[in-house]
Design a protein around this ligand. Structure first.
Ligand code: BES
Ligand code: MN
Ligand code: ZN
Length: 495
């Protein structure tokens, strides 16, 4: 989707649709007020009809006297004082859905005053760009399906122009990253295999010279001693891949940020097989890996001056005569032995070897993203991702990034106290920690393999996809990761 920053007289703007915000009690936003003035009160007259008196919703007007735009979409923003960025994004989302039904594919949006800085413009642009994504790989849209937005102009006042330009450039890059993560997530497990992910990573490197991709196959991983990862893929006919993508935007001295994402392309649970209900959703068990792809693409598109490495251990987890059995003991790349008490706790098995592998990059820090535990959904629901780290500064940075990107996290403890739940009589560590605090013990498991660097873990089980009638990948936490990397890179944003 095309995004532009524009200025000038809103009433005279040529556009199929001018989108203006109005607050509760018929109070106009500043841009709406300006249009109202030049049209001798056309907007106020419309509002007098009362359609938006509830403060929410939208009102579509055609051929408004004094306005060049073919239509004007007034969007209710609720109480002025309570209208923050998330509320604005939500209102915009519903307004854009309305636009799609009218078959309009271009619009001009004037953001209300106070919400026209870098972060808000980026949020609005990202929201619009995200609304323009539709999964079509294995299902063609019906003829009467909503039209997707092809271009959005965002109007801001002159002083805000430079920050807004940066905001839309970033939003466009992030949106492409989010769309890639969503697409990979939504693809079914029979198409999106570890080999397919590896091919996509190679294709990305071919497209972008700043990016290189290396793929380790099973013999290479065997050679290294990745016994934990390989024990998971042994039960599958699809060979595992360790995908390593490197982006060089900084100098040689700068240590890389390393992202590691769980790329379990289908999780049936293995011998500890999952119940049938909703098992289809386990195609999304590679969403952490997809977010690595998305963050890499967003970073390349933004051209951030950082060094970034993305690692995706990719595998299936299926029941088979050669699959892991409960009680099996495997040896990880770190040398630690692991008792596989539940073959469905496979994410940590593939991640632990990837997390040991990345030590070789001498990372500035490592973030891993994984749809790791149903217990995280029980603890936090589906609004925030779970954040685990013992580095308070890193926790604050990630939390701030999540807040700014409307892609929030909530921190859970990673205390030593929980570690004993992972004790095993037959190995250095067990792969499950019992019923209590399942999301925490999963993170504690990973913590045993991440002592060599600064590290944080995001459990995205509740946030990576939406379940139910609107089932689909969200692309989270690509917005968070992008904001985190933008801040780290120190590029000027004007915020
Ligand atoms: N991929 C699942 C976690 C998951 C389940 C994410 C449902 C989103 C929705 C993971 O591999 C898994 O199966 N975890 C087990 C761990 C348990 C065996 C300790 C779980 O959460 O039940
Ligand atoms: Mn599992
Ligand atoms: Zn899993």
């Amino acid at each position: 989707m095309e995004l532009n920053i524009v200025g000038g007289d809103l009433a005279k703007a040529k556009t199929p649709c001018l989108i203006l915000g109005v607050f509760d009690k018929r109070k106009l936003s500043k841009p709406a007020e300006a249009v109202d003035k030049t049209t001798d009160g056309a907007i106020s007259a419309l509002l007098k009809k009362g359609d938006l008196d509830g403060g929410k919703g939208w009102l579509l007007a055609y051929d408004l006297a004094g306005v060049t735009a073919e239509r004007v979409l007034l969007v209710g923003l609720g109480k002025r004082k309570e209208c923050d960025r998330p509320k604005l994004a939500k209102a915009l989302g519903s307004a854009l859905a309305r636009l799609g039904e009218t078959r309009v594919d271009r619009a001009l949006l004037a953001l209300p005053e106070g919400l026209d800085d870098y972060v808000s413009v980026r949020a609005a642009a990202l929201k619009a760009a995200q609304a323009a994504y539709r999964y079509e790989a294995t299902k063609k849209p019906k003829e009467d399906a909503a039209v997707l937005l092809a271009a959005l102009d965002i109007w801001v006042e002159k002083p805000a122009r430079a920050a807004a330009e940066r905001a839309v450039a970033h939003a466009s890059a992030i949106a492409q990253g989010v769309a890639l993560a969503r697409e990979l997530g939504n693809l079914p497990g029979n198409l999106c295999t570890p080999t397919y992910l590896a091919e996509r990573a190679i294709a990305l490197a071919e497209e972008f010279p700043a990016l290189t991709t290396e793929v380790l196959d099973e013999p290479a991983m065997e050679e290294l001693g990745m016994g934990a990862l390989l024990s998971v893929s042994r039960g599958s006919r699809q060979p595992a891949k360790l995908i390593v993508m490197s982006y060089k935007g900084g100098d040689d001295q700068t240590k890389p940020v390393v992202l590691v994402g769980k790329g379990l392309t289908f999780d049936a649970g293995g011998i500890s097989i999952k119940p049938a209900a909703d098992m289809d959703e386990m195609k999304y068990d590679m969403a952490g890996g997809a977010s690595v792809f998305g963050a890499m693409l967003a970073t390349v598109r933004m051209g951030l001056p950082i060094n970034l490495i993305g690692v995706v251990p990719a595998s299936e987890n299926l029941p088979d005569g050669d699959a892991n059995k409960p009680g099996d003991v495997v040896t990880s790349l770190s040398g630690q032995t692991i008792e596989v008490l539940n073959t469905d706790a496979e994410g940590r098995l593939i991640l632990c070897d990837a997390l040991t592998y990345v030590e070789r990059f001498e990372p500035a820090l490592v973030l891993d993203m994984a749809t790791l535990t149903g217990a995280c959904i029980v603890a936090l629901g589906r609004h925030p991702s779970g954040l685990f780290t013992n580095d308070d500064k890193l926790a604050a940075e990630i939390t701030d990034a999540g807040d700014a990107a409307d892609d929030r996290v909530w921190r859970l403890p990673l205390w030593e106290d929980y570690q004993q739940q992972l004790d095993s009589n037959f190995a250095d560590i067990a792969n499950i920690g019992g019923r209590d605090a399942g999301a925490v013990t999963a993170a504690c498991f990973l913590a045993r393999f991440t002592k060599a660097y600064r590290w944080a873990h995001l459990d995205i089980a509740g946030t990576a996809w939406v379940t139910g009638k609107e089932k689909g990948a969200t692309g989270r936490p690509v917005p968070l990761l992008s904001d985190f990397l933008i801040r780290r890179s120190g590029v000027e944003t004007g915020r």
